[in-house]
Design a protein around this ligand. Sequence first.
Ligand code: ATP
Ligand code: ZN
Length: 210
Amino acid sequence: MKTLKIAIQKSGRLNEKSVELLKNCGLSFDNYKSSLISPVSNFPLEILFLRDDDIPEYVQDGIADLGIVGENVINETEVDVAYLQMLGFGKCSLKLAIPNNGVITKLEDLNGKAIATSYPVILEKFLADNKITADIRTISGSVEISPGLGLSDAICDLVSTGGTLKSNGLIPFGDVMHSQAVLIGRKGEEENPLIVELMQRVQSVLRAKE
Ligand code: ATP
Ligand code: ZN
């Protein structure tokens, strides 16, 4: 049977939990050091270590059969993949946040304002759904400092504890989406016996954690 490939984050917030989940599934492999691919010695599977942003497209295009990635990245990339299992880690919210200066008090106040984000696709849909017309400024990192620099009036960024917002003088202003890590696969491949076997192992690891 064809060896499967699963894409996980190379380094960052989801890496450790993804590796731990796969190890708890009884899979034996070397963790990422310098090679992009690690073979699993006791299951027909290879682990691909990638930037999280690339994972949804790799799975959609069939370069990887499976992937572990945040729902926020899936929605932002607008791919068509199968959600196989919600994994319960990497929980965070994509939130609007505003400076604590009283200029913006309700959602409509965002009309005509500049909002900095790394999630322009998700934000654009949210604003359209709420009939808000704002200027979306896409920046790739350190979004939370942009109001202080005068680059934006508000931000839309991932938040887990809210500590980063607070230390930048920002207050949360509303949830755009909630997110957690999810195991994704290609649509139509759900019956592949190796995928079924892996899914059973993943589900029993998650059940043991409850
Ligand atoms: P990469 O180098 O792989 O592109 P990254 O910098 O885009 O990494 P990380 O900051 O490692 O990404 O976050 C990976 C994922 O972890 C996010 O996409 C999100 O789903 C989740 N996450 C959980 N909590 C947070 C948080 N407080 N801030 C950002 N992401 C979080
Ligand atoms: Zn990323």
